[in-house]
Design a protein around this ligand. Structure first.
Ligand SMILES: [Zn+2]
Length: 447
């Protein structure tokens, strides 16, 4: 586990998250009616005060009607404005002490608006979908919305029985009463608020591959009419799982689910133990297979090893991009070096004003960050050689499992595995803006 590093507000999203306390568990009980798009919920949140007594604290929650707020069972003063629920306990919580806050809320959930479109809870033609990266989580539940504040989750959703509910984590119980069914999921691994995914729809569930002894259970939840295309497009996911476990170390969660929604999505989205794809990502010709690899790789890079704050997003996206190239290389497609050359050509034709280490909020999801992030890892691999590079990667995943990291955590980690210092490489690729030359794969040996 890593010590949480972020102190003070997130530089890109100062209104999200409160570093004066942390949460170690959320228990969410939700009731959702898809027709009227009506959500009501109760959250029990177990928090721990930081180094100072906590006279007040903030939870992020969109514009819902608040029914009650209690701290340690006692009625509490609060204000709710601009997506921030400011809670003032009757008595300050002592420094370092545990406390429980209970919030009841209800209303019509809708996405949080952002420069990247709506984020979070989205009502579909027949169901709902939650994809929150980076700041959509408050669209549906009260949370300390910063990626480094990771907690376990229990999520209970009651909805009409015609719908299936898929959340990341293990399905504990499914209980039908009259016309509704309650689904209870447990995610025991430390989870960032934005990575709590949810999908409510009419799905058929299939098992992918054969989990066998010690294998990772992998399920698909898809509209029945997309089953033939899905079966072909996701057929190689179990092989990807095997490859990534070989290259990165054991899969960090108990199971992995993919959902394909009835509707189109701009891009697939990762959640903890779960990835969400649109109907447009399924074509029966494996046209989006690199994205299947990309989303799976986020389970290691981004979900298990998380970023301390959003400046470090290349540690999620560059690694997931490089995993696409590794999958291609190891499954009979183009090699990582060929893909790196293509990415390098593309980047050399585009403006060179983006710094991986701190790209700025508006460039967080710029394609150039993904490509340059993948190229940076390729440069590290070329400089280190395969045995040291993959030892370094596996060490990164196991040392920081369940924790949060920054760019400097990564450069210091690499230094422990590299045969010679790579300061100049990082200076050029991570901190500089102009594009360094394509690295030469001279020191590479077979993996
Ligand atoms: Zn990604």
């Amino acid at each position: 586990m890593t010590v949480q590093q972020a102190v003070g507000p997130d530089p890109y999203f100062p209104a999200n998250g409160d570093s004066r306390y942390r949460v170690h568990r959320y228990e969410l009980a939700l009731d959702y009616r898809p027709g009227p798009n009506r959500l009501s919920g109760t959250a029990r949140i177990n928090g721990i005060a930081g180094r100072s007594p906590l006279a007040e604290f903030v939870l992020n929650l969109a514009d819902f009607k608040i029914g009650r707020v209690r701290v340690d069972g006692r009625q509490t003063h609060y204000t709710h404005r601009g997506g921030r629920l400011r809670v003032r306990p009757a008595k300050p919580v002592r420094a370092g002490a545990a406390f429980t806050v209970e919030v009841h809320w209800s209303g019509n959930p809708r996405p949080v608006t952002s420069p990247w479109g709506g984020l979070g809870w989205e009502e579909l033609a027949d169901g709902a979908l939650v994809a929150s990266q980076p700041v959509g989580a408050p669209s549906w539940y009260p949370c300390n919305d910063r990626p480094a504040d990771k907690a376990s989750y229990q999520i209970s959703v009651t909805t009409p029985s015609a719908y299936a509910v898929v959340a990341g984590g293990r399905l504990l119980t499914r209980t039908t009463k009259a016309s509704t069914t309650t689904w209870v999921y447990e995610q025991s691994a430390p989870t960032s608020s934005y990575l709590v995914g949810l999908s409510i729809g009419k799905y058929q569930t299939v098992l992918l591959g054969d989990p066998g002894l010690g294998g990772v259970p992998q399920h698909g939840h898809i509209p029945a009419h997309l089953l033939p295309e899905f079966s072909r497009d996701f057929a190689r996911q179990p092989r990807m799982m095997d490859l990534f476990q070989e290259l990165f170390g054991p899969y960090p969660f108990d199971e992995y689910a993919v959902v394909v929604t009835e509707e189109e999505l701009d891009v697939p989205v990762e959640a903890q133990g779960l990835s969400l794809f649109g109907a447009n990502h399924v074509d029966g010709a494996r046209g989006s297979e690199r994205l299947v690899a990309h989303e799976l790789a986020h389970q290691w890079f981004g979900n298990s090893v998380s970023i301390a704050d959003w400046r470090h997003i290349w540690l999620n996206e560059g690694f997931a991009k490089y995993a696409e190239w590794l999958w291609s290389e190891r499954s009979g497609g183009r090699t990582a070096h060929q893909l790196a050359s293509t990415a390098h050509r593309l980047l050399s034709s585009l403006p060179q004003d983006l710094r991986l280490a701190d790209p700025g909020r508006k460039s967080m999801f710029d394609d150039r960050l993904y490509e340059r992030g993948g190229l940076t890892l390729h440069a590290v691999r070329c400089a280190m050689g395969d045995p040291d590079f993959f030892r370094m990667l596996r060490g990164w995943v196991s040392l920081h499992r369940g924790g949060s990291v920054s760019t400097t955590t990564f450069t210091a980690h690499v230094a422990r595995f590299a045969p010679e210092p790579l300061d100049e490489l990082f200076e050029a690729w991570v901190y500089g803006a102009s594009l360094p030359p394509l690295p030469l794969p001279e020191r590479r040996a077979a993996v």
